[in-house]
Write a protein that binds this ligand. Structure first.
Ligand code: ADP
Ligand code: MG
Length: 179
């Protein structure tokens, strides 16, 4: 049971999220407790994947405890209105959003990081032209979703331009505080 739960803690990307996680969430809910989710958002290259991997790796005990408490970390979702509507429609009454972990990072730093990642990632979209479009899509489609959660007082903002270790220290502080 725990291993099925923990697979739900790993990164689940964008549009495929509802499909991929519906089953683990149900499997993780033998009790009547509603799942609590943390949405992880930020621009391309802000460090979402890096920090999510680290959370799962280094907060192992915490995350195992979180899995038992039905807590889920979702990387890069909801990235637009369509995702949000899908979430609200499908998950209404079935899960609660604990908070949005927002990795706030300057666009140029994001682009530089992705260009660097592109040297070894093999991702065809890690080139400057495509990255500038992805930043625009992020600003037009994802940032308004973050702003919406901000209005509800549910955004925990982290300065993601710092080093991986410094960002992770902030992540740990937030999880320690939020439980
Ligand atoms: P995202 O998932 O938000 O698109 P990634 O976690 O894939 O971003 O990070 C993009 C690139 O930047 C990767 O090559 C990663 O190693 C690097 N990176 C991530 N966080 C930092 C950081 N705080 N400082 C410097 N480089 C970083
Ligand atoms: Mg990523």
């Amino acid at each position: 049971m725990l291993s099925r739960c923990r697979s739900g803690l790993l990164h689940v990307l964008g549009l495929s999220f509802l499909l991929q996680t519906r089953r683990p969430i149900l499997l993780c809910s033998p009790r009547l407790m509603k799942p609590l989710v943390v949405f992880v958002l930020g621009g391309p290259g802000a460090g979402k994947g890096t920090q999510c991997a680290r959370i799962v790796e280094e907060m192992d005990q915490t995350m195992a405890a979180n899995a038992q408490k039905n807590k889920f970390l979702i990387d890069g979702f909801p990235r637009n209105q369509d995702n949000l509507q899908g979430w609200n429609k499908t998950m209404d009454g079935k899960a609660d959003v604990s908070f949005v972990l927002f990795f706030d990072c300057n666009n140029e730093i994001c682009i530089e990081r992705c260009l660097e990642r592109g040297k070894s990632s093999g991702r065809s979209d890690d080139n400057r032209e495509s990255l500038e479009k992805r930043i625009q899509t992020y600003l037009q489609s994802t940032k308004p979703i973050i702003d919406l959660y901000e209005e509800m007082g549910k955004v925990k903002k982290i300065d993601a331009s710092k080093s991986v270790d410094e960002v992770f220290d902030e992540v740990v502080q937030i999880f320690d505080k939020e439980g």
